[in-house]
Design a protein around this ligand. Sequence first.
Ligand SMILES: [Zn+2]
Length: 264
Amino acid sequence: MNCDYTGFTDTHAHLSYLKDRGVPLEGLPEALAGGGFGFILDIGTDAGDIEGRIATLSRYPNVRFATGVWPYSGQICRIQENADALEKNLTSAPPGLIVAIGECGFDFRENPQEPAEETAFLEMQLTLAQKYSLPIIIHSREAPRRTLETLRRFPAVRGVIHCFSYTKEEARLFLDMGYYISFAGNLTFKNAQPLREACAMVSAGRLLLETDSPFLAPAPWRGKPCHPGMIAETYRLAAELRGISLDNLKTLISANARALFALD
Ligand SMILES: [Zn+2]
């Protein structure tokens, strides 16, 4: 793969998974070290993962971190323990490195049996987002209504619906609540017409793009491990859908990410 990283922003990646899955780095460390990649937000899925991520990635000037717990059924019953661990992450990390809470939310495909537990678990993380004035990164699969209802109870919190997978009507409801909408490589999938309609419609100031690497490689590589360099495909399609140039889209996404995550 021939990667050009210049000016791209990836608002959702799991960089520490790349090595475990044998994803070739394709010059990524050099691009990160030289500031070639605009900005990458490295996302947490477990309260205990932050230390290792910061140890290996904080040397790169354009990488920042989120800490949060994915709605694993083994975790959602352990609210207090996870709240304490996340709070410790937030108070002990070097200042400015952790810029968001997440990812967290609902996955009714993986775990449709425990909606009440998933709700309480997300509420715990929304409470932390409110307390520390940090944006939240929401994972929401097959649970648009429950997600909206829960986020509405925390009107002071803002954030992003990552890897958006709903319709433009649902996008409108999240936008009305002040949330950003982020599209991943599945935007390029053949059957993703509703996503493309949503991507064309999202207000310019609330649009974000991501890889969710190593998951969700865009169309030419669908099913393969996703590398952050593949984000170029998602950008190309989003620029086409919105009728703007690739350079203007890079500038827009960078400005939006900087605003949401309060980067200087
Ligand atoms: Zn993710």
